[in-house]
Ligand binder design. Structure first.
Ligand code: GAL
Length: 416
């Protein structure tokens, strides 16, 4: 670890943790924010820490959704050398917390009143045995569609409200010789689309029964077959080069007008913004048709690995910076997500961000807020990976929809 001593401008909260006048260590941060929009958002955090005199050791592991980052993390922990802070999602955080690998952030959380401002749905994934073990950065959601506005206008397509409208819009684009759907064929991206498609095909109770309760009958139902049939329609309307493509390159196809739609979480908005595009003028954001009243969410958090007893000053300062209201707005404006605190004013967010905040609050109060299966907030990693395998095999034509349903039932029952 770098032992550079830096001059300090301490925040109040971090100051309470700091008896000396300097941070002795850099923070090493493992993350998967490597696309243009993600890197721009990460810079907001880096700069925030820099102004406090905390050094940043970057440990990026490319791969959307974080599968590769989690593999690298396991290797580092096994080697006895965990990074200071690690981007993580949902059940993965609870796994590390239950293993006793994470530092206890309770003193800082109490001092800053996290219990009062972080929504319950996020606290569920940020605490183990009443101890705060990670710092929530944001709330993303996966049931969004991103569209190129001039492509839609030129083809007389209005925002589709239902699955049938969506099918008609896709057929229109195909007839016009435009790739209807931009997609990257990677398991986590197939699963991200499946979150929305399953919710749309079966509604919120179906989604919950299948992916949160892991109910066998629901997993094996005709509605699940319908969800797979809809995935097959989507597969038929992506371009020939979709296989293995990174998600941000699929977003670029919509940005450049090569494709009409992308179904992706709101991190896609970060790419549009990074390319200088304006919501409502250049691109449109709307909920996946048939899921307008529901939100499937994932929240990025930074887990702080126990570095030998108590939370370090640098970890406390990082966590404090992440939870500060000004950072929550500055970061989420760039990232595409919405704040992880309920008490920040969202009026600085753009139209998509404001809709995201409104949808989130409405879904939470109507009981229609659910963890994303694709992003580790519905079920533990073993089940998530089992779902990935089946959804991807079906997307790539290895299974028809009927077989996919049978495989899904089997895979989930073995994994859970
Ligand atoms: C998600 C993560 C987002 C975004 C996305 C693509 O899992 O929550 O912040 O990074 O992956 O990389």
């Amino acid at each position: 670890m770098n032992k550079v001593i830096r001059t300090l401008k301490l925040t109040t909260a971090a100051a309470a943790f700091s008896v000396s006048a300097a941070y002795a260590e850099d923070v090493e941060v493992l993350h998967w924010w490597t696309s243009g929009g993600e890197a721009a958002a990460l810079n907001v955090l880096k700069q925030d820490l820099e102004t406090q005199g905390i050094g940043w050791q970057d440990m990026p592991v490319a791969g959307g959704g974080g599968t590769e980052a989690m593999t690298v993390l396991r290797a580092r922990v096994t080697a006895g050398d965990p990074p200071t802070a690690v981007q993580a999602l949902g059940f993965d955080i609870l796994d590390w917390g239950n293993q006793g690998a994470l530092a206890n952030l309770n003193d800082l959380a109490a001092q800053e009143g996290w219990d009062e401002v972080v929504p319950e749905a996020l606290q569920f994934f940020a605490k183990v045995d009443g101890k705060w073990i990670s710092a929530p950065v944001n709330v993303h959601s996966t049931n969004w569609v991103w569209a190129n506005k001039s492509v839609l206008d030129a083809n007389g397509i209005a925002v589709p409200e239902t699955w049938e409208d969506f099918v008609a819009a896709v057929e229109t684009l195909k007839a016009a010789g435009i790739t209807p759907i931009a997609h990257g064929g990677q398991a986590w991206q197939d699963a991200t689309v499946f979150d929305a498609v399953a919710m749309s095909a079966g509604g919120p109770e179906f989604y919950k029964a299948a992916f949160i309760d892991l109910d066998e009958e629901t997993l094996g139902s005709d509605t699940m077959k319908e969800a797979f049939d809809r995935m097959a329609f989507i597969r038929d309307n992506v371009d020939d080069n979709f296989s293995g493509r990174d998600w941000n390159l699929a977003t670029a196809m919509v940005i450049n007008g090569e494709a009409g739609f992308q179904m992706m979480g709101d991190w896609a908005k970060g790419e549009f913004l990074n390319a200088g595009k304006v919501p409502g003028e250049d691109f449109l954001c709307f909920r996946f048709p048939g899921t307008q009243d529901q939100v499937t969410f994932n929240a990025d958090q930074f887990m702080m690995f126990d570095q030998g007893g108590t939370v370090s000053q640098e970890q406390a300062a990082l966590a404090s910076a992440i939870l500060s209201p000004s950072f929550q707005i500055a970061f989420n404006k760039v990232k595409g997500s919405v704040p992880a605190r309920t008490d920040v004013d969202g009026s600085e967010l753009d139209a998509c961000g404001q809709q995201g905040m409104k949808d989130l609050a409405a879904a939470a109060s109507s009981g229609n807020l659910f963890g994303s299966m694709a992003h580790g907030h519905a079920a533990p990693a073993s089940v998530k990976n089992a779902v990935y395998d089946v959804v991807t095999a079906h997307f790539n034509g290895e299974y028809d929809s009927e077989t996919a349903v049978l495989e899904l039932v089997d895979a989930v029952s073995i994994a859970k």
